[in-house]
Design a protein around this ligand. Sequence first.
Ligand code: ADP
Ligand code: MG
Length: 353
Amino acid sequence: MTVIRQHAEQQFAEELALLAAADDRPRPPGWKLSPQAVVTYLLGDGGKVSPKYVGPRRLMEVAVATLATDRALLLLGVPGTAKTWVSEHLAAAISGNSTLLVQGTAGTAEEAIRYGWNYARLLAEGPSEAALVPSPVMRAMQTGAVARFEELTRVPSDVQDTLITILSEKTLPVPELGSEVQAAKGFNIIATANDRDRGVNELSSALRRRFNTVVLPVPGSADEEVDIVARRVAQLGRSLELPEVPPAMEEIRRVVTVFRELRTGLTEDGRTKLKSPTGTLSTAEAISVVTNGWALAAHFGDGVLRPSDVAAGIVGAVVKDPATDPVIWREYLETVVRERDGWLPFYRAARDV
Ligand SMILES: Nc1ncnc2c1ncn2[C@@H]1O[C@H](COP(=O)(O)OP(=O)(O)O)[C@@H](O)[C@H]1O
Ligand SMILES: [Mg+2]
């Protein structure tokens, strides 16, 4: 069977092996690579190691350095700023394992962070090592690996606080067995949290003190964002085995331009103020609009990515709230898109969606 999506440590196994072979710097206990090599893995080396994160190097250095201390790492940012992506690659590069993952939701219980029980065994034999079902965090402690905690602030505060002992004492008591699991060297936690969720379940100050926070920004310039989208679309298209279409920088630039203008509420030339729609219009959504356009062009179009292939996707991303967004979109279409040089085919396609 071929899987749809490999884990980072599988997909980039060769790059990781190359880096490990050439890595002569000191590695923190339990790490597969030195902090330097981890940052090179993330940002690429201009040669065989491809860039995964596109953005300020300093942020990645701070993130990686944090994980080499006794503090945990919190990646914070608006949706689509690569928090999940970076945390997966960090875990892959540091521990060779990005799968020790807790997905935080409003319903996340303490057992998902500590441990649960195999109830059939528990009833038959009473509490025992064999009946205990370790959480991903417990397994990370046992193996000296990095555990990932997605969307930490969606988890109720009292459940979040389960992490305090784990992070401060590096131990997880199992009172039922009169024992504990002490974290092996190399253990740490990377949590992600959404800026827009702030206030939903704030981190308690006791927990916040255990984390260093790194805020991932939205891409600084249009060129940078175009670069991110082009790279990711090419990777995704390859792994989905979409039929080849010629690289379509013009359409990618258009998607990015529309998203950035509506996100910031200002046209690129700074002349026209715009209303922003309710959707987040993140880089991640731009990537999926272009990928969908590619599939349309390859399977139903003429094999070239055209304005009509991205129009429906763009409108779908912009118009989220049926009450307010259609008006905002129409105004943008009529005042900006229609007048812009070379944008007429896109204007027509978007109007007809
Ligand atoms: N600065 C960036 N560098 C590289 N990829 C990025 C960047 N920003 C967004 N992406 C891409 O966007 C996609 C979604 O990111 P994700 O990690 O799910 O966002 P978040 O968890 O912050 O909501 C990923 O495929 C990632 O490659
Ligand atoms: Mg995420």
